[in-house]
Design a protein around this ligand. Structure first.
Ligand code: BTN
Length: 251
């Protein structure tokens, strides 16, 4: 069934919310709306994406009427180097929205994966064009199976809880949580976000990980975030490496 946006419009009267039955990527539509001057906080949600964008140029699997595929147009006074912290902020928001909707505790894998156990249930993608940020959030909600390549690493709220979940309730909670965490970032700066992320993520400290970085693989134990939100990894020889980007996976 397509999303019933009635509860969403009731909860956020006056908010610009665009619903698309089918699109390439909500990121593209949100960027176009942003460039055309849409209000801050505009939401773009699609039932299906034919070219859903993930990190590292990957495709985001976007099965029709099953997951939540949302992009927000944000106008923030945030330096571009803080894109990572913005992604972490929205990871916290997605995790809170999932807990409120499905009563499931999520883990956060630096910088922007939302996990249930060791499987990914949501991902965040952020992009910036001058002062307009586009933040995309994909949440696996009611998938009952994934393509073979994703099956070992992906889960959905339905698979995790054993029951279907309301995408409408999740969207309402997601917008509420995103608004509230973004307010925290805007008013308090990155420190409170980094503190909350550190508390909410099992990956930030004491986790044995592999990190792919610029063609090389680093192995070590995570040792917190630095003041910019980069991940510190302590290698077996005791040296500490600052991870700027790259995929982190458990050993
Ligand atoms: C990742 O973990 O690789 C990030 C995935 C982000 C997916 C969302 S779905 C809504 C928005 N539109 C896209 O094309 N991508 C993001």
């Amino acid at each position: 069934m397509p999303l019933d946006l009635t509860p969403v419009h009731m909860q956020f009267p006056g908010r610009e919310i665009h619903w698309l039955e089918n699109t390439g990527s909500t990121m593209t539509v949100a960027a176009q709306l942003g460039a055309a001057g849409c209000p801050a906080g505009t939401v773009v949600v699609a039932e299906e994406q034919t070219a859903g964008q993930g990190r590292f140029g990957r495709i985001w699997h976007s099965e029709r009427e099953t997951g939540l595929y949302v992009s927000f147009v944000l106008r923030l006074s945030l330096a571009e180097e803080n894109l990572r912290v913005l992604a972490m902020t929205l990871g916290l928001a997605a995790s809170e929205a999932i807990a409120r909707t499905a009563d499931v505790e999520c883990d956060l894998r630096w910088p922007n994966d939302v996990l249930i156990g060791d499987k990914k249930c949501a991902g965040i993608l952020v992009a910036v064009e001058q002062t307009t940020f586009v933040a995309g959030i994909g949440i696996n909600v009611n998938q009952t199976a994934f393509p073979a390549v994703l099956a070992p690493i992906a889960t959905s709220l339905r698979l995790a809880t054993g029951r279907p979940q309301s995408r409408e309730a999740l969207l309402v909670h997601l917008i509420e949580s995103a608004d509230s965490f973004l307010r925290m970032l805007e008013t308090g700066g990155k420190d409170p976000v980094l503190r909350m992320f550190t508390r909410a993520s099992s990956y930030v400290r004491g986790k044995h990980v592999f990190v792919e970085q610029e063609g090389a693989e680093i192995e070590g134990v995570t040792d917190g975030l630095d003041e910019s939100g980069f991940l510190i990894v302590r290698r077996p020889d005791g040296t500490r490496v600052t991870i700027m980007a790259g995929g982190v996976r458990p050993k």
